[in-house]
Design a protein around this ligand. Sequence first.
Ligand code: UN1
Length: 517
Amino acid sequence: MEAIATNFGIKEALNQLGIKAVNEGTSTGSNNFSNGDIIDSFSPVDGELIASVKSTTREDYEMAMKTATQAFKTWRLMPAPQRGEIVRQFGEKLRENKEALGKLVSYEMGKSYQEGLGEVQEMIDICDFAVGLSRQLHGLTMHSERPGHRMYEQYHPLGVVGIISAFNFPVAVWSWNTALAWICGDVCIWKPSEKTPICGVACQNIIAEVLRENNLPEGISCLINGDYKVGEFMTKDTRVPLISATGSTRMGKIVAKEVAGRLGKSLLELGGNNAIIVTPDADIKMTVIGAVFGAVGTAGQRCTSTRRLIIHESIYDKVKNAVADAYKQLRIGNPLDETNHVGPLIDKDAVKMYENALERVVEEGGKIVVDGGVLSGDGYESGCYVKPAIAEAENHFEIVQHETFAPVLYLIKYSGDVENAIEFQNGVAQGLSSAIMTNNLREAERFLSHAGSDCGIANVNIGTSGAEIGGAFGGEKETGGGRESGSDAWKIYMRRQTNTINYTTELPLAQGIKFDL
Ligand code: UN1
């Protein structure tokens, strides 16, 4: 058992990231406000205890808030390009720690080491993006209807931003939010998933070093630990103008209600139920790669994972067989071993949900194409390794309508026109990512048109997952409507102010109103 941590250099990685070994007590890391119950983090890779943290109590939270609000007073006065310089240094530190952090992500979350590295790369990329953006927080100028008046708008920092992130992207999602929030002049309080708290401590240690080196208050970045109850400290807190929450639709609905109830802003990035439409004009080889990576990458635990393949009847058997054949080549096992494609699910609850989905699809009349099952024996001792499965199903099945965070792919047949496939694609409650595989320009354009995909992401000839940070990331309907990361997503982290300046000696009123005294 110890072999995995030892053989794959986990201990060295933890050491480099400033995480205390299991026998040395809890890892508080830097600026981590936690004195409550102990949260032990077990690796889904081998079931071993990685390290422990303490959860955040109400009093700890008040301390975090105090530190953050204090830091905001300094941070907001720093010119945005100088804040960008701090984010640039953070990106540099991430480059230095890429392998160690990628390894920890892989070991604590269970995704492949390559994907762990990819996740850290997303952090580096968003830092680079934010550095450039720190010189481009533009507002517009507009012409006043009054003579001798100038009108424009500007963006100001919001204050304390609360970030709640999920286990599946334990470091990147935080950075998409925090790197932008920081250049915008905000300070952040982050509650990572209680399933991956060590990744949180590692990130906090990295940014704390940068802040220390620049004599800046650590309150710019605060870490709190715990479950939804700790999240609630922030969602109910009027001192937190924006809550950015990533996770299930169920969680998002609770957060949205809570935050809206106090007229705060929320940025929600929730569940997806992503489909790839495969038309008669699809390149089958590309389809197989896109579908298989989309369905089994991160063991199906991305919000962008491919859950449904909507295939035209004329090529249905061909695509089904090609994808099923590709599944035969999948190697399931220790994600730190780069010869494996699929690692474990996050925990045994996730395994139960996976098993339940496979039972349900059969109960509802579906047919298993590639068998699933939980793996046991040598190397699978954690009990979290499952076989990626494929089932033939119909779009309206209740289980197909539901997002199961596991490698279960549903094959759905369509006939006739691409419109019928688009109808299936849109016929779910979620609206995150979507794709069409076709070499037919008309089909592709129809898919992208206003009558096409209703998702926040719509791709042609690539899969549903693996979005670049440069675009705005998020989705519609039950995905929550939020956009983070690239494009103009920065605007949600700022408050907009319209300014009108009169440089005359008269006071003309707008709308031509006369008010003579
Ligand atoms: C998520 O699963 O919450 O598009 C984020 C992707 C990644 C991000 C996924 N860039 O698959």
